[in-house]
Design a protein around this ligand. Structure first.
Ligand code: FES
Length: 609
């Protein structure tokens, strides 16, 4: 995809955007503030910039707003100036300081929420001034020109009179959704949801300041239908009622979280006017009550890529009755809205570095971008990272070993500081990486013989034993336990499971690197994302070959980036356009029909070095 480059003075920053994006959007997406009170709608005429190099044809409004000399000197309104070629643009100093918030991986978002409030003091009607209530209100906010909705109209006569004609108009995305008595302009809230298959996280945001006020998380109530998307899709195929029940379970989860964050921050749920939901394609379908079956069977087709804007109440979220819900668009059945949100939050399209984004999970999504091209793929890593198919595996809950260090002895870090009960994904990766380092696992993933163990790591050799026929390494032996079967151990089969999982991922990124004709060593940053990936130790990820062999400084835990992306679209409606643009630019690379997949996969099974 061809992109055009915009460089801004005096900030001296350059960004690459798809042709046709306005100068205002390009600047805004990159945290460069341009004066505006209308938010880029072509009505305030404050967004004056000067095009110093390259050219932009003047719009009609430009011709009306500037003198012929100014036009010749390159002055344009930024929100109307579409960049169709490389431009150098001067941005005059701001007359009003825009508020911004840092979100995602160092992303500066200029606050421009779709939810706006305007306090007005209206003249009371008289026989000489019988303007209808609505006209009276709209006349006072004519720069916003919102469309009234029925809910607002029903409330208007009463609220105007009860509030002595001092009221606050609530506007969401150009619709007048409510009027509130008095000045409520500092009460504007929204909730960002990361609707994960396992865990759901809600963040209550103050839209006036961009500050998160409360964050709650809980297990998805769909859990009883199965741990991953495939089992939940199967549930809907086996039982005609399951879709309704899954939808209800998702709604109940969102409702419980909503109540929790609102109570904690002492926000009335009706003061929440918008929510955003980032979820994978299956979670998105289920929360909307759309049959997910086509997502689960070849050729893996979504019902729609960009879900319509719905009411929060359609998702069972009890906020303002006219509150909107935005669901992230998806790239495909296996690269869903959560990943699009993650790409937004990590700025995958706005960085010239060669960056790799890996969301590690049962289905692992991988994105590679060099700032010009963005490639994405999905690799079926299987349940190993969630503790599934692992002998002593468990979810990352209390009692799970999450960190393993093998030196003279074995050191464990356990979630909740209790006695170890099992091994979660990050602990599994650590255990294998450390045993490779200690020389107890060879490069092919096999435990060394007892003789070799006695020589290379005498202090640890007695931990290498057998459960049944299988060789195991004992990580934790509870007091008084002699039978290794009752310890927490890592088995030979577990190591194999992890090898399969990491080989699927490594095959994914190595094929993407090939597509861009670059080498693993060229990667400048790896972002490990998702509720699992963020907890991985970068050093262990390198040691087992799950990520390219790079300095650990280049490997970043990106955190819950899906939730961060959801925050961004609430804080700025320009970012919504950013998400849509992103989607058009990403190229999906299908791995399963590649002839060389299997060979590559086999190559990736071994541990590097
Ligand atoms: Fe208001 Fe351009 S931003 S006219």
């Amino acid at each position: 995809t061809g992109r055009v480059q915009l460089s801004f003075v005096p900030s001296d920053r350059a960004v690459r955007v798809p042709p046709g994006v306005t100068v205002f959007d390009a600047a805004s997406w990159n945290g460069i503030a341009i004066d505006s009170t209308c938010g880029g709608h072509g009505t305030c005429k404050k967004c004056k910039v000067r095009v110093l190099a390259g050219s932009v044809a003047p719009s009609r409004l430009d011709i009306r707003s500037f003198s012929p000399e100014q036009l010749r000197a390159g002055w344009r309104l930024a929100c109307l100036a579409q960049a169709t070629q490389d431009l150098r643009v001067e941005v005059p100093p701001l007359t009003t300081r825009p508020k911004a918030a840092t979100v995602g991986v160092g992303r500066q978002v200029i606050l421009r929420p779709a939810v706006q409030k305007r306090y007005v003091e209206l003249a009371e009607p008289t026989l000489a001034d019988q303007r209808p209530d609505l006209t009276r209100l709209l006349d006072a906010i004519d720069d916003l020109d919102p469309q009234p909705d029925l809910h607002a109209l029903r409330r208007l006569p009463t609220v105007l009179r009860a509030g002595d004609y001092r009221v606050t108009a609530v506007i969401v995305d150009e619709a007048l959704v409510d009027v509130e008595p008095g000045d409520t302009t500092d009460r504007r809230f929204a909730i960002a949801f990361d609707l994960g298959t396992t865990t759901v996280v809600a963040t209550l945001l103050d839209l006036g300041t961009g500050t998160p006020l409360a964050v709650h998380s809980m297990l998805n109530r769909q859990q009883p239908f199965g741990g991953d998307v495939i089992t939940r899709i199967s549930a809907t195929m086996l039982d005609p009622d399951a879709l309704d029940r899954l939808r209800a379970a998702a709604h109940a989860t969102l409702a419980e979280l909503t109540a929790g964050v609102c109570a904690e921050a002492e926000v009335d749920p009706t003061e929440v006017y918008e929510v955003a939901v980032a979820g994978n394609a299956t979670m998105t379908a289920l929360v909307l009550g759309i049959d997910p079956e086509p997502l689960g069977v070849a050729p893996f087709v979504m019902s729609c890529s960009t879900p319509p804007v719905v009411l929060a109440s359609d998702l069972g979220v009890p906020v303002h009755p006219r509150g909107r819900a935005l669901l992230f668009p998806a790239l495909g059945a296996y690269v869903g809205g959560d990943i699009v949100a993650g790409m937004l939050a990590t700025g995958m399209d706005r960085d010239k570095r060669l960056r790799l984004f890996i969301d590690v999970g049962t289905n692992c999504e991988i994105v590679l971008s060099d700032g010009r091209q963005i490639l994405a793929t999905a690799a079926p890593a299987g349940p190993a990272f969630e503790g599934g198919a692992i002998r002593c595996g468990m979810r990352a809950a209390e009692g799970a070993i999450e960190v393993v260090r093998v030196g003279e002895d074995v050191e464990l870090q356990v979630i909740g500081d209790v006695a170890p009960a099992g091994l979660c994904g990050s602990g599994l990766v650590d255990a294998v990486a450390e045993l490779v380092k200690a020389g107890l696992l060879d490069a092919t993933g096999r435990f060394v013989t007892d003789e070799v163990a006695a020589e290379t790591a005498p202090a640890l050799a007695e931990r290498l034993t057998r459960v049944g026929e299988e060789r195991v390494f004992v990580l934790h032996r509870p007091e008084g336990v002699t039978d290794p079967a009752h310890t927490v151990y890592l088995s030979q089969r577990d190591v194999r499971e992890l090898q399969f999982a990491k080989a699927a991922i490594a095959t994914g990124w190595s094929l993407l690197l090939e597509e861009l004709e670059v080498e693993p060593g060229d990667v400048q940053q790896v972002l490990l994302a998702g509720s699992f990936g963020s907890y991985l130790s970068p050093a262990s990820a390198v040691r087992i070959g799950l990520v390219p062999d790079l300095s650990v400084l280049r490997i970043l835990s990106a955190g819950n980036v899906a939730g961060e992306g959801a925050k961004m679209v609430l804080l700025s409606h320009r970012e919504r356009a950013g998400a849509a643009t992103l989607l058009e630019e990403v190229r999906y690379v299908e791995l399963s029909d590649r002839a060389d997949f299997n060979d590559k996969f086999v190559d990736q099974l071994a541990f590097p070095g």
